[in-house]
Ligand binder design. Structure first.
Ligand code: PLP
Length: 435
């Protein structure tokens, strides 16, 4: 195995603060010093690194963006046609209206749509509009919603001693101290905490993912909906990661609870930059009362990619496939752990399954797993994000390699030997997602 990618990564660290634009794509998150880091091309579930080595991606499928697989032929040919037609002009592209109609058809409660190109900015827009609509500043939230000031304000804490306490890994340096006390967190399935926040504050919005790592308890989402109505707060569902995985559209459709706004990005357009904010007309009209506007929100590739992705998604019942693959992987992890005597925790909805080693040195064990799997030409970490391109043979080959790797990890834990087997440092743990 060459290490051209790692050498480039070392160079990038000097040139690009943090080496990459997304925390979740840092080599340190996977296998410090050894991760291939860069790709030369990708197709389906296969990725070639800069030395021409081929890996099967059984990790994050483009950090959840490439739900159909890499370089999907249908989406790519629609995009290529858009490129030939010209992607940015003085006039607008008609596809953004077509996409708005389709999103409202899929979500009959929604009447209007606005666009952005990334998840975090779309969330910031939704929050701005909720504040504009209500004339209020404060927010209650659960989960991760991006890098913007409104969200990181939660990490300002009540005083300087508490800075960064709440969501470790999300440092709020540079966020105006004046935002202290504007974002109040609650845990998923804890409606009592939300009600307590709502009883003390007039909220502009309640912001959350409808589902992430655990199922909603009976009455939870309904309780959130009631709390938002009683408080006069806009209910915003962040469907950036949950959307398009369990059904064609937002996961909230499965639970029968309607938000006032919902936000999509990532899987919406199979890896091409695109984000959408949908909402009831009454709230969305508040976009007219505040300034929210950007040149590249008008280009053509995003809407074209989203239309092609959604149509294929619907035609082939992609979610059924994702759930099936995810369930196979989850069951395979459990079986391999049982056979090798490892203690693991398996979580997440099937298309975004997560795996942790239930030991004090669990992160060391996870790093060793990634190292062993890389030797077998799999990109593998503490999660499996399914794509439509994952087939049974990928899963079977992967699970065979997982069982062999688990046996090595189990023996190493038993012998207190994990560190010694690692060829580099332990992977970083990322940030804490309040869920
Ligand atoms: C639930 C959720 N919200 C917001 C974001 C931020 O989206 P982006 O990385 O496109 O800015 C993410 C990304 O992981 C997410 O999972």
């Amino acid at each position: 195995m060459g290490n051209t990618g790692q050498r480039l990564y070392d160079r990038a660290r000097k040139r690009i603060p943090g080496a990459t634009q997304l925390l979740s794509k840092r080599a340190e998150m996977f296998l410090p010093g050894q991760w291939p880091s860069y790709y030369s091309r990708a197709r389906g579930v296969e990725i070639w690194d800069l030395d021409g080595e081929k890996y099967v991606d059984m990790a994050y499928s483009g950090i959840g963006a490439c739900i159909l697989g890499y370089a999907d032929p249908d989406v790519d040919s629609a995009v290529q046609e858009a490129v030939r037609a010209g992607t940015s002009t003085t006039l607008n592209c008609p596809e953004e209206v077509e996409l708005a109609d389709l999103l409202c058809e899929l979500h009959p409660w929604a009447e209007m749509v606005r666009y952005a190109r990334t998840g975090g900015e779309a969330m910031a827009m939704a929050v701005r509009v909720a504040r504009a609509k209500t004339g209020r500043d404060k927010l209650a939230f659960c989960g991760y919603h991006g890098w913007h000031d409104w969200y990181l304000a939660a990490n300002l804490g009540e005083n300087d001693a508490l800075v960064g306490h709440l969501l470790p890994g999300l440092a709020p340096a540079g966020v105006p101290a004046g935002l202290r006390g504007t974002a109040f967190p609650f845990h998923y399935n804890n409606v009592a905490k939300l009600e307590e926040i709502a009883s003390r504050n007039e909220l502009a919005a309640i912001v959350m993912e409808p589902i992430r790592s655990q199922e909603p308890e009976p009455g939870f989402l309904e309780g959130v909906r009631d709390a938002s109505r009683r408080n006069g707060a806009v209910l915003i569902f962040d469907e950036i990661s949950s959307g398009w995985r369990l059904n064609t559209g937002g996961a909230h459709l499965l639970y029968g609870v309607r938000p006032d706004m919902a936000v999509f990005a990532k899987a919406l357009s199979n890896g091409y930059p695109m984000a959408a904010i949908i909402g009831v007309g009454d709230v969305m009209q508040a976009f007219q009362s505040t300034f929210v506007s950007s040149t590249y929100w008008t280009e053509k590739i995003g809407p074209v990619a989203a239309l092609a992705t959604i149509r294929k998604h619907r035609r082939f019942d992609v979610p059924k496939h994702l759930v099936h693959m995810g369930n196979l992987v989850k069951a395979g992890w459990r079986k391999a752990a049982e056979r090798t005597g490892l203690r693991i925790k398996v979580g997440g909805i099937p298309p975004m399954a997560s795996l942790t080693f239930d030991y004090p040195n669990g992160q060391e064990a996870r790093t060793l797993l990634t190292q062993l799997m890389l030797d077998q030409r799999f990109l593998a970490a503490g999660a499996f994000y399914a794509s439509y391109s994952h087939q049974l043979h990928h899963v079977e080959n992967y699970l065979r390699a997982v069982e062999e790797a688990f046996a090595v990890v189990a023996a190493a834990i038993e012998a207190n030997d994990v560190q010694r087997l690692l060829k580099g440092p332990v992977a970083h743990a990322g940030f804490y997602r309040l869920a």
